[in-house]
Design a protein around this ligand. Structure first.
Ligand SMILES: [Zn+2]
Length: 336
């Protein structure tokens, strides 16, 4: 990947944008999209749609990636200790939370903190073998009581929280480590399509709409408003897949493997893609010698389902991120 593209992926990954609080990520998407698109429109929830005209008004092709990430919201501040209680925004696996560093975004700026629980020294041997549930965790921002947390740190109930996870590459430079690849990678791929159409002056017999949607992790909300805004003939959801090359996973559970090319989701619990369109994508990949993998997601259902449901157009759940999904799958196993 070119240095400039890697820089953009880093900026997208590190940007703060839990569901409902996507403003910072949306700012990056808007800045990039307006360099290459003919026109930008916004829905009232905060999603962005960039239009790139081709030789024909139709078919209208929508490529959508969601900008939001899973995070939390502050639900309380302990009077005596200043510790924060929190509720999840999106699906979290309790076991990955403890020890995670986070950022609380307050009206007076970012506040760093750590997710913690009762110290190991003070729990009984039986308790040590049990999973600590989120309800018994708290966030330590270093405030000594509620008044300090509120007055000095500026924390208020309802403030959003995101994981703090700086972007890095592995030793061989081939895999990236970080947060929010679900679905900043999809957002990045959409922007990359816009950039190449424009800078390489690619002729296309259609109109392409690239969308950065909001609030996917809390119920696919942005995808439905964008579907109504664009009224696409064809919609492609740019999403992450589960990398199956992890110890203890059978290939029938997650057939995609890291580094073997984009996954084409052939079926998920909520959506079966348009079959001629699926065949067209596969034929194109084979003709152009683009590596691809056929994937299934029997337990999930994603934005594609919502867009296709609303628009009854052709749709296909696509993915360019098996590499990145690998580390994502390890860090934040997706909800089921
Ligand atoms: Zn997603």
């Amino acid at each position: 990947m070119e240095e400039e593209q890697m820089k953009l992926l880093k900026e997208l990954s590190e940007s703060f944008g839990p569901s409902g609080f996507e403003r910072e990520t949306a700012g990056v998407v808007k800045r990039e999209a307006q360099r290459y698109a003919d026109e930008l429109t916004f829905d009232k929830l905060g999603s962005i749609v960039a239009k790139k005209r081709g030789d024909s008004d139709s078919p209208r092709i929508l490529l959508a990636g969601h900008m939001d990430e899973i995070g939390f919201v502050v639900t309380g501040i302990d009077e005596q200790t200043g510790f924060l209680t929190f509720s999840p925004l999106g699906g979290w696996f309790d076991q990955v939370l403890l020890g995670h560093r986070v950022t609380v975004r307050t009206s007076s700026g970012p506040v760093p903190g750590v997710i913690a629980s009762k110290p190991i020294h003070l729990i009984s041997p039986e308790e040590k073998d049990k999973v600590v549930k989120k309800d018994s965790m708290f966030i330590d921002v270093g405030a000594s009581n509620r008044v300090t947390a509120e007055k000095e740190f500026g924390v208020r109930i309802g403030d959003p929280i995101a994981p703090w996870s700086p972007f890095a590459t592995t030793r061989n430079g081939k895999v990236i480590i970080g947060k929010a690849f679900d679905d900043r990678v999809g957002t990045f791929v959409g922007l990359e399509v816009l950039r190449r159409l424009k800078t390489e002056e690619i002729q296309h017999p259609n109109t392409v709409y690239v969308a950065g949607t909001v609030q996917e992790e809390v119920g696919l909300r942005g995808a439905s408003t964008v579907g109504n805004l664009v009224e696409p003939d064809i919609a492609v959801a740019l999403e992450v897949d589960i990398a199956g090359d992890v110890p203890g996973i059978k290939s029938s559970q997650a057939p995609s493997k890291m580094g073997r090319g984009p996954s084409i989701c052939t079926y998920d619990a909520m959506m079966i893609p348009n079959q001629p369109f699926k065949a067209f994508v596969i034929e194109t990949a084979e003709r152009e010698k683009i590596p691809y993998q056929l994937s299934v997601d029997p337990g999930g259902g994603d934005r594609c389902r919502e867009v296709s449901h609303r628009e009854s157009g052709s749709s296909l759940h696509s993915d360019r991120s098996s590499n990145q999904a690998h580390s994502l799958a390890r860090r934040h196993p997706r909800r089921r």
